[in-house]
Design a protein around this ligand. Structure first.
Ligand code: MTE
Ligand code: MO
Length: 468
């Protein structure tokens, strides 16, 4: 590396556009990323914020870039070093945006530390119908913001113009409403899809889902009070108090029909399982959009904007979308796929887990899991087989008995006893769920593979050993 060309920061700074070439620095290195920008999984606009400058402070926030793969990818684009004099003055700010992170339960298996992403073990997940808060998966895209209740405000805007600002007390004056709903990440079960072909994203097992009661006020009440004419707009955008290095907040949107429909049960929640919302899950206020992908359930809610347009955030426009199995990072066009909203039907086997050794009782083994479908569709059946589909066994369901038609926001837990042949050492178990629209899970991941590893709802297939 010593033999490479030397550049001043001033020279690097001039390379901040496609026309002049896009250069960045990382540590002492200078890199030409012109060709890579459009292929950046986080979107070109995010990486362009570093154009002509140092990427170090960005990677302090997006610390998931700290892998050997990404480092060697970057090294392949290296064109030289920063001049020695400039290197001395280029020491990045040591302020740590992750200084406010809350303490987490040891039972959460960490998939990423900065931003924090973690899930419970599958067997723990099916122990209770309501997921205890400390075991509820956490998916943060940015550092956790620290918000004092007395300082909390929620801005209500129409096409960007603020109409009202509510403090926490005023927000709580609306009628209180409690719902039970599962929240699931669009990337849940991604680790199974990644076995088809390489893809990009957090390597979730089956635990990027949880089921909880959410107490708050109804979004439709707040919007009605604002005098919103539903027919004049199309989307309700949400922003979080968590910020990226350029000061942009996490954002997402949902169709206005969903937001205004009293039966859609969209909640501005301040309690989870009857307790004040925790810091990781969005204190003091988050949106719960039942039946819709986790990404739209915006935490640390700072602003609601009624608009003709969808949220323009990276997470609405350049992520959380599905593609054909043949779409690659070279030909992907994010503008051509709609943003994921309602989730498809899914199930997972949680106990036993793949490769476990299980005990036979009266010629049978017990299998437990969860099933869920988006859009309020009820789980009407879970079928389980241990002979590759020759015989299907119908599982017993534990479900939310209070749920109304078309408003089955909770998951269903299921269990089944499978007759097994003692002589077989290894048993392969498959599970699939059916929802009230008779949607069924696809059989394999091969035909639903997508580069972002989203909507991973193929049959869950595991292999276990029988205890002899
Ligand atoms: N809201 C904000 N403000 N910031 C975020 O990073 N992550 C989203 C969503 N809301 C996120 C957010 C994603 S992708 C998911 S899956 C859920 O929150 C996760 O919610 P949880 O951490 O409470 O389980
Ligand atoms: Mo997510």
């Amino acid at each position: 590396r010593k033999d490479m060309k030397t550049y001043t920061l001033e020279e690097v700074g001039k390379h901040d556009s496609k026309e002049k070439g896009i250069w960045i620095t990382f540590g002492q290195g200078v890199y030409d990323i012109t060709e890579f920008v459009d292929k950046h999984p986080g979107g070109p606009s995010k990486i362009m914020m570093a154009a002509g400058g140092s990427i170090d402070p960005f990677w302090m926030i997006f610390a998931n870039h700290n892998t050997s793969e990404i480092h060697s990818l970057l090294e392949s684009m290296r064109i030289g070093n920063i001049s020695e004099e400039d290197a001395k003055s280029n020491k990045s700010d040591l302020y740590d945006p992750y200084a406010n992170e809350p303490v987490r339960h040891k039972a959460l298996k960490i998939n990423g530390n900065k931003p924090f992403c973690a899930e419970p073990s599958p067997s723990l997940l099916v122990e209770s119908f309501l997921t205890p808060v400390p075991f509820f998966y956490v998916r943060n895209h940015l550092p956790v913001p620290k918000i004092e209740l007395k300082d909390y405000t929620l801005e209500l805007a129409i096409e960007g113009t603020t109409k009202k600002t509510l403090d926490f007390k005023t927000l709580k004056k609306y009628e209180k409403k409690t719902i039970t709903a599962a929240v699931m990440c669009g990337g849940n079960r991604r680790s199974e899809m990644s076995k088809v072909k390489q893809l990009k994203g957090i390597n979730w097992n089956v635990g990027a889902v949880g089921n909880a009661t959410w107490t708050g006020v109804r979004l439709c009440d707040v919007l009605k009070d604002l005098g919103v004419n539903e027919d004049a707009f199309n989307h309700v955008q949400f922003e979080g108090h968590d910020l990226d290095p350029s000061g942009m907040s996490y954002g997402a949107s949902i169709p206005i029909s969903k937001a205004m429909d009293p039966r859609a049960d969209v909640i501005l929640a301040f309690e989870m399982n009857g307790e004040t919302l925790s810091q990781d899950h969005g204190f003091p206020v988050r949106v719960i959009v039942p039946g819709v992908v986790g990404a739209r359930n915006v935490k640390w809610l700072s602003k609601i904007n009624i608009s003709k347009q969808e949220s323009q955030s990276q997470w609405q426009q350049g992520d959380y979308k599905g593609f054909s199995p043949s779409t690659t990072w070279d030909n992907v066009d994010f503008s051509k796929s709609p943003a994921i909203q309602e989730m498809p039907v899914v199930s997972a086997i949680c106990d036993p887990q793949d490769t476990d050794t299980v005990e036979i009782k009266n010629g049978k083994i017990e299998v437990k899991g969860y099933a869920w479908s988006g859009g309020g569709r009820k789980i009407i059946r879970v079928d389980v087989t241990n002979d590759k589909g020759k015989t299907w066994h119908t599982a017993d369901l534990t479900e939310d008995l209070q749920a109304n038609e078309g408003r089955h926001w909770s998951w269903s837990l299921w269990n089944v006893e499978l007759p097994v042949d003692k002589k077989s050492r290894v048993v392969e178990i498959w599970a699939k769920a059916v929802d009230s629209s008779y949607n069924v899970q696809p059989e394999s991941f091969n035909n639903i593979y997508n580069i972002r590893g989203l909507l991973c709802n193929a049959y869950h297939k595991i292999k276990v050993q029988l205890k002899q």
